[in-house]
Ligand binder design. Structure first.
Ligand SMILES: Nc1ncnc2c1ncn2[C@@H]1O[C@H](COP(=O)(O)OP(=O)(O)O)[C@@H](O)[C@H]1O
Ligand SMILES: [Mg+2]
Length: 236
């Protein structure tokens, strides 16, 4: 079943149209990538879904039209957004960040066990539970942002450039954990990534954006075989 569907989505900053008809769909439990150069409209696509930018076209989630959603409603619908730049609350501790992720939940026992799960998924955070977000490295902040999103018990995770600014080894660790989370939780994922090599370790399919439109789409295997993808995104 399709969980999220975008059809001909447009988006505007003031009068300037930056998305010009973006279409994609994410199946229940599936993982889909959005690739593209800087400025292509990847971040704006995620912002259109959560309602932080004015959008046109069709945005359907769980069978309902959610275009124009009030941003605070996204979480209640089970959509968690890990924005570019992570959004960790740096004046709160790791544990407080995780609790805030769960603020809409009432299932206290499950919250406690999900918190343990996060620390098992990201053992680096284990020793840091009482540290302030500001004391964490960039990689640890990214891990915390993902863990906090998981604590909201989402059905759909929107992930924006989780590898940005991280050392290659750290980026790999982060993606391995996301892959494990995907397998163990069944959360559907829409993953924005400039690093296609990393994205392809996680997603089943992807679409490539160029100046606010889809220019290519296919399964991960199909995309990996395309010359234009290899040249532009895989360094060969
Ligand atoms: N807040 C904003 N106001 C005006 N233009 C913006 C804003 N944010 C992004 N843009 C423009 O929208 C286009 C798409 O940006 P973005 O979605 O951030 O691309 P990407 O995430 O693919 O790098 C770019 O041309 C960018 O300059
Ligand atoms: Mg971006």
């Amino acid at each position: 079943m399709t969980l999220l569907e975008l059809d001909g989505v447009t988006a505007f900053y003031g009068p300037v149209r930056v998305l010009d008809g973006v279409s994609l769909s994410v199946p229940e439990g599936g993982a889909v990538g959005i690739l593209g150069a800087n400025g292509a409209g990847k971040t704006t696509t995620l912002r259109a879904i959560v309602g932080t930018v004015r959008a046109g076209g069709v945005i359907r989630y769980d069978g309902k039209d959610i275009r124009g959603l009030r941003p605070e409603k996204a979480a209640a619908l089970g959509i968690a957004h890990v924005p570019e730049g992570r959004g960790t609350l740096t004046d709160l501790t790791v544990r407080e960040n995780l609790r805030i992720g769960a603020y809409l939940r009432k299932d206290r026992k499950a919250i406690a066990s999900d918190m343990e799960y996060c620390l098992d998924l990201f053992p680096q955070l284990q020793d840091r539970v009482r540290s302030n977000g500001s004391a964490l490295s960039g990689g640890e902040q990214q891990m915390l942002a993902i863990a906090r999103a998981f604590m909201s018990k989402p059905r759909l995770l929107l992930l924006d450039e989780a590898s940005l600014g991280l050392a290659p080894g750290t980026a790999k660790v982060v993606y391995e954990a996301i892959r494990r989370l995907r397998v163990e939780s069944g959360i559907a994922m829409l993953v924005v990534e400039q690093n296609a090599n990393l994205a392809f370790t996680l997603v089943d399919s992807a679409t490539v954006l160029e100046t606010g439109r889809n220019v290519l789409a296919g399964s991960t295997a199909e995309l990996k075989g395309m010359d234009e993808i290899r040249r532009a995104y895989l360094g060969g």
